[in-house]
Design a protein around this ligand. Structure first.
Ligand code: IPD
Ligand code: CA
Length: 265
């Protein structure tokens, strides 16, 4: 059951994400400036990533001064700071799909989730270009623009369209390519759309049958993971582990086991 608190957190999240998405859209229209790099030379961060994060963080800090924010571009409090044990932790990706943003490919979004006692209870992802918006509150189902979502009805892995993504570090990419070699002959096809948050919502929507990626951060997957879970998908790691940096695997129960075993190799 959705609780009044999580519904309230979702409203604040939606309001924040809409403001950030408008800003990101305006900044894209005005030209992408100051592209710097982060973890590797191919991992970009732009002024828009930073400005959108600031906007959300300032809004959250004003509305709920005791909360913590873990944002991709640094948040406003160090993770692990001793806080009120009841403090809500917000997980923010100000632009998920920054490479698409830089190139003008219309698949980048703002993702924001609220976590209480280590559990994500509310989340929203908005595609900046299309304006599509996915929301979920734990126990309250997954929704896109008033439509309840239930994932795909696929039962045969051989017919499954599977989304994935690759990290920015060369060594991780080599391992990810090896997994792909095993998988590709066994499925319908692969999509690498370039925004994990949007991929997870696409699985909730049934636009992808399943998704997996190694190396995702909490801000990439928190909101979209809840949307997928609430749409009835299994969201797991490998070998009984929860979803996390090791692996985020999202699939309907009908193909989850087989896909899991292929990924676990
Ligand atoms: C990236 C995207 C991409 C995924 C990478 C993420 P960013 O996030 O979600 O699809 O494959 O692992 O880092 O850098 O665009 O925020
Ligand atoms: Ca991201």
């Amino acid at each position: 059951m959705a609780t009044p608190e999580s519904t309230e957190l979702l409203s604040l999240a939606v309001e924040s994400v809409r403001r950030a998405a408008t800003l990101v859209g305006e900044m894209r229209a005005a030209a992408v400036t100051s592209i710097e790099t982060k973890s590797t030379p191919t991992d970009p961060v732009t002024e828009a990533d930073r400005a959108a994060e600031r906007l959300v963080v300032e809004g959250l800090a004003a509305a709920r001064p005791g909360d913590l924010v873990l944002g991709e571009e640094g948040g406003f409090r160090p993770v692990g700071e001793k806080a009120d044990p009841d403090a809500v932790r917000w997980l923010l990706d100000p632009i998920d799909g920054t490479v698409n943003f830089v190139y003008g490919i219309p698949a980048y979004g703002v993702s924001l989730a609220a976590e209480v006692d280590g559990t994500v209870v509310a989340g929203v992802v908005r595609n900046v270009v299309t304006g599509e918006e996915w929301t979920a509150v734990r126990g309250g189902g997954a929704w896109r623009d008033g439509k309840r979502l239930s994932g795909s009805g696929v039962t045969d892995l051989g017919r499954a369209l599977i989304g994935t993504g690759f990290g920015y570090a060369a060594e991780r990419r080599r391992r990810q390519a090896e997994v792909l070699v095993r998988l590709l002959p066994r499925i319908r096809d692969i999509r690498r759309i370039g925004s994990a948050a949007l991929d997870l919502c696409a699985v909730a929507e049934g636009r992808l049958d399943a998704f997996y990626e190694q190396g995702l951060n909490a801000w990439d997957s928190a909101a979209g993971g809840l949307v997928a879970e609430e749409a009835g998908l299994l969201v797991t790691g490998l070998r009984g582990e929860p979803a996390g940096p090791g692996m985020t695997l999202v699939a309907p129960p009908s193909i989850h086991g087989e896909l899991h075993d292929l990924l676990a190799g």
